[in-house]
Design a protein around this ligand. Structure first.
Ligand code: HEC
Length: 139
C-alpha cells in the first residue's frame, strides 16, 4: 500500500512538472496573431481593399466594400468595416471576447458574410494583439 501511494505521488508530481508553457507576450504574441490573421482567418479577403493582384496589404484591415454579393436574397452587409488598430467602440478585452463569441460589446452580431469566429482565448488574444498593432485608416 505504501509503495502504491508513493508511485501515485511520483506520477502526480511528474504530471505537474509538465505544466503548460507560459502564454505568449509582446512580439511573439503579435507574430502568432499575424499567422492566424494572414494564414488562417482570411480577414484580408473582406476587410482589406482589393486589387487585381489581391488584398492591398499597405492598407491591411482598413475596411473595404465587398467585391462579391450573394446570388439569393439573404441578410447581408455589403461593406467590411475598418478593424486595423481595433475599432474605437471595443476595448482590447471586448475585442478578445468578440473573437471568442461573435457578439459585439452592445450584444449585436455582425451580418453575413462576417463569420462568427469561436477562437480559444490564446488565439483570440494573439489576433487582437496583431490587429491592434496595425495602423488604423487615416481618413
Ligand atoms: C467573408 C468576408 C469577411 C471575412 C473573411 C471576415 N470578415 Fe469581419 N466583417 C465582414 C463584414 C461584411 C462585416 C460587417 C457586418 C455588419 O455590418 O453587420 C464584418 C464585421 C467585423 C467586425 C465588427 C466590426 C464592428 O464595427 O463592430 C469585426 C471585429 C470583424 N469583422 C473582424 C474580422 C476578423 C478579425 C476577421 C478574420 C479573422 C474577419 N472579420 C473576417 C466580413 C468579413
Amino acid at each position: 500500500m505504501r509503495n502504491g501511494a508513493a508511485i501515485a505521488c511520483a506520477l502526480a508530481l511528474g504530471a505537474c512538472s509538465q505544466a503548460a508553457p507560459p502564454p505568449l507576450t509582446g512580439e511573439a504574441l503579435i507574430a502568432r496573431g499575424d499567422y492566424l490573421v494572414n494564414n488562417i482567418g482570411g480577414c484580408n479577403d473582406c476587410h482589406t481593399p482589393m486589387t487585381p493582384q489581391g488584398p492591398d496589404l499597405s492598407r491591411a484591415l482598413q475596411g473595404a466594400p465587398l467585391g462579391f454579393a450573394p446570388t439569393v436574397e439573404m441578410p447581408w452587409a455589403p461593406v467590411a468595416p475598418p478593424i486595423a488598430g481595433i475599432p474605437g467602440h471595443y476595448t482590447e478585452e471586448q475585442f478578445v471576447t468578440f473573437l471568442q463569441t461573435g457578439v459585439r460589446p452592445d450584444g449585436s452580431r455582425p451580418l453575413p458574410p462576417m463569420p462568427a469566429f469561436r477562437l480559444n482565448e490564446d488565439d483570440a488574444r494573439a489576433m487582437t494583439a496583431y490587429i491592434q498593432s496595425l495602423p488604423a485608416a487615416t481618413e
